[in-house]
Write a protein that binds this ligand. Structure first.
Ligand SMILES: O=C(O)c1cc(C(=O)O)oc(=O)c1
Length: 291
């Protein structure tokens, strides 16, 4: 591994769109700081430090109230950096862990105490060495009460993953909609397959995230808006939103986070949809005791 990557915008703009009170950035990460929380020896990228102070400053600038910090693959199965971010948030962050499937119930309870409310299974070959479905199913069956599974995969393996997803015994949240080709439009093959997945169970949720990763035409990401708005409207009670800051691996076309926030009214046109996307839905998953 060579140089450390800076994958985030140096001076994101102030968004024109103002999120509703209590809005949750429900997909973001922290990197390090490395001196305190070293990266995994198996990490596929080595980022510069992007710690909790930076995350919370961005949260405030963008007009959000809370964060869900998802353990990034560069930290492997050591969740210390993510737990540190949650601990320093004054109750304004919760998280999703990545665990060794052999983790004990006692260790899972410690993660729950630390604010974790789910675990992530990552199927992207460029990010992880292996994704053992049998072991994932085993640990999925013994999660703390109320937890869910976050799953990250690309559209071309959705068909192959269907039996595995069907067997997951808790609610499932799909990262970045399983990376559909948004240039196919709202009725393209990838969106059809993803809708079929959502129709197969009413406890499969998704993140309407990452125009920067999914729309090759770049900002203002018009194909993303066209393809995703109907999905948000049709499945409005099980969709959440996040910045994806600090945008792991984005070395070119790094998004302006203010512009990402300005995508929100384009995929959720009414105040009612925005309230569900940014407040009600993420609160149901991450702070249900407050509802
Ligand atoms: O597409 C990616 O490169 C990516 C990586 C990670 C991670 O490294 O955890 O998380 C994401 O949400 C997206």
């Amino acid at each position: 591994m060579t140089d450390r990557i800076v994958s985030w915008h140096a001076s994101p703009s102030k968004p024109r769109y103002t999120p509703p009170a209590g809005a949750v950035d429900a997909h973001c990460h922290v990197f390090g700081p490395m001196a305190e929380f070293p990266f995994s020896p198996k990490a596929k990228y080595l980022p510069e430090d992007a710690g909790p102070d930076m995350l919370f400053a961005l949260r405030d600038q963008l007009g959000f109230a809370r964060n869900v910090i998802v353990q990034a693959s560069c930290h492997g199965t050591n969740n210390a950096a993510t737990l540190n971010g949650i601990a320093r948030s004054n109750g304004k962050a919760r998280g999703v862990a990545v665990v060794d499937p052999a983790i004990s119930e006692a260790e899972l309870a410690v993660l729950h105490e630390g604010g974790m409310r789910g675990i992530r299974f990552n199927f992207l070959k460029r990010l992880v060495d292996d994704a053992p479905k049998d072991k994932f199913l085993e640990v999925a069956a013994r999660l703390p009460k109320g937890w869910h599974i976050v799953i990250y995969f690309e559209a071309d393996i959705l068909a192959e993953l269907r039996p595995f997803i069907d067997a997951l015994p808790v609610p499932v949240v799909v990262d970045h909609m399983g990376r559909p080709d948004v240039t196919q439009g709202p009725d393209g093959a990838d969106m059809k397959a993803f809708r079929a997945l959502l129709d197969s169970r009413d406890d499969i949720w998704f993140k309407a995230t990452c125009p920067d990763r999914l729309d090759p035409a770049g900002d203002p990401w018009n194909a993303f808006a066209d393809a995703v708005a109907p999905l948000v409207a049709d499945y409005q009670d099980r969709v959440i939103w996040g910045t994806d800051w600090p945008h792991p691996n984005m070395e070119t076309n790094i998004p302006d986070d203010g512009h990402l926030v300005d995508m929100i009214p384009r995929i959720a046109a009414t105040a009612e949809l925005q309230q569900k996307l940014l407040v009600t839905n993420p609160m149901r998953l991450y702070w249900p005791e407050e509802l």
